[in-house]
Design a protein around this ligand. Sequence first.
Ligand code: IVH
Length: 664
Amino acid sequence: MDSRKRLEALRLLLAQHSHYYYDLDDPQISDGEYDRLFQELLQIEGAHPDWITPDSPSQRVGGAPLDKFNQVEHRLPMLSLENAFDEKDLYAFEERLLRFLLQDTTLSYMTEPKLDGLAVELVYEQGLLVQGSTRGDGKLGEDITAQLRTVSSIPLRLRKNAPTRLEVRGEVFMDRSGLDELNRQRAESGEALFANPRNAAAGSLRQLDPRVTAQRPLRFFVYGVSEPSGTGCHQQQTLLQFLADLGLPVNSLIAFCPDMASVVRRFSELSALRHDLAYEIDGMVVKVNDFSLQTRLGEKARAPRWAIACKFPAIQATTRILAVDFQVGRTGAVTPVAILEPVDVGGVMVSRATLHNGDEIRRKDLRIDDTVLIQRAGDVIPEIVKAVVEKRKGSEEAIVIPVHCPVCSHPLVKPEGEAVTRCVNPHCSAQRLRSLVHFCSKAGLDIDGLGKKSVEQLFGLHLIQDLPDIFQLQKDDLIHLEGWGEKSAEKVLLGINGAKTPPLSRFLAALGIRYIGEVTAGLLEETFHSLQNLLMATEEELLEVEGLGEQAAKSIVDYFSDSDVRKMFVKFQEAGVMPEAAKQREEKLLLSGEVLLFTGSLKKLSRTEAKKLVKDNGGQIASGVTKKLTCLVVGDKPGSKVKKAREKGKKILTEDQFLQLLEG
Ligand code: IVH
């Protein structure tokens, strides 16, 4: 196949698989295979830059940062919705509709979950995404095309038969788990947390650097178009089907309701369902189904007459602040946490709430023993809304931010202009423990079996005190510990071994240097290619890296010039830890060039673990006994694959031999 054709084929394949992965939650190929197709695409585009089109999946990674957001005028205004709160309001809505239409018939409706995110408009011309914008004030929004291109569930190209121009509207949002993880990372680097998915979505889209947006787990659902008449559809229900057929993601919880009684039933169904959803919804949108009726009903100043948002009641409760705990994070940030009298907030028992920092406590004037109103903000982190001042008895006590670290007793500092109080003792055991946890976690080197609990256990037993210690762990250190056995120890050691040659960017992000997250770490790897080069870099050289700010540059220089850090790097080296840039890595890993396949049931590893090991060690997974296959790993009760592989003269290993191979 010539490379032009192959490129077209790759784009289609990648778009298809990303649809399976993101919209249908049903991946059809492994992550490794996807990456490989993606690399192949990048390779062809690298050789033929003039073939890159805006709808290529390669354009999703985020282009160069913008100086500012340009304004976009919506051809037709993006309206907002009036609110209803209960059954009574819904029937009143229907009454208004009937009065306006001078009609006494039953109306039918479409009901859709009201997602808690950010409204956006996407413009497709000849099926290609050409512009994306925020709602703004309804008339003027901001051009966030580059940012929206990075959202995987937004198609860059519509399927066949798209109208010449189509302006669709929908909501960009973040899953609960995505928001939790993002907030966890932000808490660790001392950044302010996002209170709800809407703020998180807005904060992620309003990033001048689209590469930052690309790292955020954003999703999208479409719920309408600017002008239904251009689509040939006559009802909201058929419009949503039409949009789905074009490849746009439509929420699966939409429901047609033949009358208002059924709308009311659907509202209670959704209220019950909402807590089990992966994302936050804050109500249900009810729309008159027929477009001819919608047109007759028209709109008022800011909202259409033909739709209403029925909101779920806010999930709030009152309780009492029993005490305040001070937690020391990885960067030394001391965070006050209120210990609450346990209370049920919409089905979840809440007994702690973060107070963020001293400024926040002062602003809300919170005291120990106060009765407080709490809510689960965006259903994620419990938050204290305010103190119920009327309930004060006079015996409440002020919350005092300590002047010494609650863990190591070192004096705390609060830099001028910052809200955060910090322990600056690099030997503080709380910081060391948090750093270790981060280093091994998914955001760090992702070492299997070294989750928070295990790290805390090993730290408590003084088996690991600093990061390089992890690489000195021996089987004998582990097998006799509570909760450990031969199998789990072997597995962890294998993971640790695999983590000795991490990608440089991953290693840098794992170190937990202030202001150096995944994105910045990626920039550093791209620019400096090796740890040695980076260690030698001056602040001036760092400032030349596009996308790297002053704070980050200074933070890196400070970090690497610290004598303890230097000593730690000597220990890393002694332990054989050698982070590598992408290029070197591909050439040198144990399974580079190998294409493996597993068959039969494995004893020591799950399939997922086995595949991850292959990937981490530079190998690939075959889809069957193909020409590309270099080695078949055979477990118990294998099928016909063994015979096939033998006939083709392929290498065959048992599970143990495979594991030995990885031990190098
Ligand atoms: S329809 C003219 N449908 O709610 C119709 N909006 O206050 C306007 N929203 O800004 C929007 N889910 O961001 C519609 N299924 C849905 C929605 C939805 C969420 C948001 C949207 C809008 C706000 C209305």
